[in-house]
Write a protein that binds this ligand. Structure first.
Ligand code: NAD
Length: 379
């Protein structure tokens, strides 16, 4: 499938057969009003399910619901919980059960409102229920806003492997809101930064310079942040628009992710209380350092990225984790070999020769992998 993207003013308009996809970065207080407007124009059967993350600020939840209910009083609401431990079949079935219970048709609408987890699981449900119904998305964490909201990758974690079951299905509209960004807890806001850094590294853009301007980011200066959001999304589009199914160019967006997913799996699957120690974005920051180190050692780019992570107090090692360290090292090594990008004998990763020059490579040297884990994550 070939997807064409167009970016017009503040609107990011995506067209693909046969639907149109539009991303609007709204500067107005009432940004959700646009959803009702768009829904009124859409040919649907008035059945709308809003899947919403319970952790979102109550005022925002009420605001979104009240606004939608004004135009669609019969709106159905399903409260779910984000976090990686809920990215599973149980949450998926919770959504599809509700669609069946309310007798939704292919002409009905699913709106998801949440971070990367709720977006990925709802997208999967939207793609599989009756082989696809109308789907809108409101991303509510920085990771979701600058990354997961576009590109159409959906999924759940299964058999302890991240995103091992999934589909490609694009939301028709994505709504990014200033109010949500303004109210985000600091961790859900800052943990989006490593994915922005990733785009700044694989693409020759000025994103890395933007990330250095800490005061504007910390103050949540929306006109500044919306530039970063747009640049990051534009960069992501460049990599996947002609390669949705990730055969070559899109793979570059996985920079840092072979190590990041192994770190996340090792922690999430070994902690007895299933507490989420690292957000996905935080693990990506560590993964970037590991993949740069594996190819080039502690070179200039390594230090540049470590300094940026330090600037936002993002983790740059795993020394603070309260888990048996030798077990953790072994687990990370094990999970690297379970990475779903692996197609041959060796796991794949993205090596960076220079900024803007990423390359798909293989982790073919076990000693080097072990040294990377040791020298980056535990020294
Ligand atoms: N599909 C893609 O292209 C893509 C890209 C990047 C990441 N992802 C996936 O995204 C997930 C990580 O995303 P995430 O970090 O957003 O995780 P998440 O959705 O679990 O959100 C992190 C935490 O923030 C809470 N939360 C969400 N919105 C909130 C809000 N507005 N206010 C307060 N709390 C809020 C959640 O309940 C959760 O506890 C991973 O599963 C990753 O695989 C997917």
């Amino acid at each position: 499938m070939k997807i064409n993207y167009k970016i017009e003013n503040e609107n990011f308009k995506v067209t693909f057969c046969p639907d149109k996809q539009k991303l609007s970065i709204k500067n107005k207080k009432n940004s959700y009003m646009q959803i009702s407007k768009d829904l009124k124009k859409l040919n649907h059967d008035n059945k709308i399910l809003l899947v919403i993350d319970k952790n979102i600020n109550n005022k925002i939840i009420r605001y979104i619901i009240n606004d939608l209910k004004l135009s669609f009083p019969d709106l159905k609401i399903l409260y779910v919980l984000g976090s990686k431990k809920n990215k599973n079949l149980k949450t998926f079935f919770k959504i599809t059960d509700r669609l069946f219970k309310e007798k939704f048709s292919k002409n009905s609408v699913l709106i998801s409102c949440g971070g990367g987890v709720i977006g990925d699981v709802s997208g999967l449900a939207a793609s599989l229920y009756l082989r696809g119904l109308n789907y809108y998305h409101i991303p509510t964490t920085m990771t979701a806003i600058i990354d997961s909201c576009i590109g159409g990758k959906n999924g759940i974690n299964f058999k302890n492997i991240i995103n091992s079951i999934g589909t490609y299905y694009h939301p028709t509209n994505v709504y990014i809101s200033k109010t949500i960004i303004h109210h985000l807890p600091n961790r859900e806001y800052i943990s989006g930064i490593p994915e922005i850094i990733k785009c700044g590294l694989i693409d020759k853009s000025d994103l890395l310079n933007y990330i250095k301007i800490k005061n504007k980011i910390i103050q949540r200066d929306f006109s500044f942040i919306s530039k970063i959001i747009k640049k990051t999304l534009v960069s992501k589009i460049k990599f996947f628009k002609n390669d949705v199914k990730e055969k070559n160019n899109r793979l570059m967006l996985n920079f840092g992710h072979t190590f990041a997913h192994a770190i996340e799996s090792s922690l999430d699957n070994n902690l007895s209380n299933k507490a989420e120690i690292l957000r996905h974005g935080e693990a990506v920051g560590l993964g970037l350092l590991c993949e740069i180190y594996y190819k080039n050692g502690k070179n200039k780019i390594f230090h540049q990225i470590k300094n940026l992570l330090d600037l936002y107090s993002l983790p740059t090692n795993l020394k603070f984790i309260k888990m048996n360290k030798s077990l953790l090292k072994k687990e990370i090594f094990k999970y690297i070999f379970l990475d779903k990008k692996k197609i041959g004998k060796f796991p794949r990763y993205i090596g960076l020769k220079n900024i803007g020059r990423p390359k798909i490579l293989e982790l073919s040297n076990n000693t080097k992998i072990k040294n990377t884990i040791l020298n980056v994550l535990f020294s």
